[in-house]
Design a protein around this ligand. Sequence first.
Ligand code: SOE
Length: 389
Amino acid sequence: MTKPWNVGVVGYGFMGKAHSNAYRKVANFFPDLEHRPVLKALCARDADKAGQFASTWGFESVETDWRRLIERDDIDAIDICSPNDTHEELAVAAAKAGKMVLCEKPLARNVAEAERMTDAVEKAGVANMVWFNYRRVPAISLAKQVVDEGRIGRPFHYRATYLQDWTIAEDVPQGGATLWRLDVDVAGSGVTGDLLAHSIDTAMWLNGPITRVVADTETFVKERVHQETGKRQAVGIDDACQFLARFANGSMGTFESTRYARGRKNYNTFELNGADGSVHFDLEDPQYLDFFEHTRAGTGDKVEDHLTGWRRVHVTNFEHPYMDKWWVPGCTVGYEHTFVHALADFLRGVETGNAAQPDFRSALETQRVCDAIFASVESGGWVDTGVKS
Ligand code: SOE
């Protein structure tokens, strides 16, 4: 038995597009799901642009006031794809109205907002999820499987980078449509909330809680013209951030992120080194997971001969995460599929009662690490994150 599931999407930017695509595709590729998403309403302040987007993607209606959207009885779920400074107000109101709430990452601009949002969805008892889509790259999901199978053994090192280069030019403005990520009041932070939040979410999913950090940030371009005021204004975001971390399992971590790595467009990588093996992933080569096996899992036998070396696994076989839903082995999937996977997991969670992760509470832990990073920059020393689970 299938049933319609009515979604109201707020925002038509990059993420509005990625999520709308997922709503349109999920039932075709995950036909066993009971819920059939219906693009009921698109909400944005600019009626013309909202209307154009709604007609391109097949939304049934348009709202220009999010309050009106949330009041509607024919909407089951609110999906927040608008800038970070809108997340709290929308999520809290949607939860109070009894809607399921899906929110684009980062959950909030800071821990205080994220806590209030988490309280709201938990008090209301509504299903919730944060779109940390990279967990759903098949190769990253496979890395999780490899770790959970005990193939890495005692973990020693976790190493993550998230590098881009799109803000190097000094004449890139800040603020307004598409560039709100550079406006600290709207975004909350720079690369820490935008990029490292992804790296932290993946790291804690694979390697457990980050308990302490020591961090350093830099803002290379100190002033930029603000698109909305037309004035040169101080830049309040971190353009780059590097931090050292300790994990609850005793391993050490290094994290580096910048928007000033010339030539790097979306270079999201990680490597985890353990006593028995290592995994390595690079989003610029997303079909592959690299695995080094030193000890055969479960046997304790060393894998050492003249052919010992890193294995490149082309993650496109039916037995790889999500890949039985798509094409035949050897045929690849891409960025947009990670959102389809996240949505499928969310709906399955609603249907089984086994909530998809990361939910708001889990994303709150990532936010705690982000806030600890800034506390460390302020104090110049190590800071406890307060993350426990
Ligand atoms: C920033 O450029 C950005 O679009 C992030 O906001 C996304 O979360 C990331 O996946 C790609 O880069």
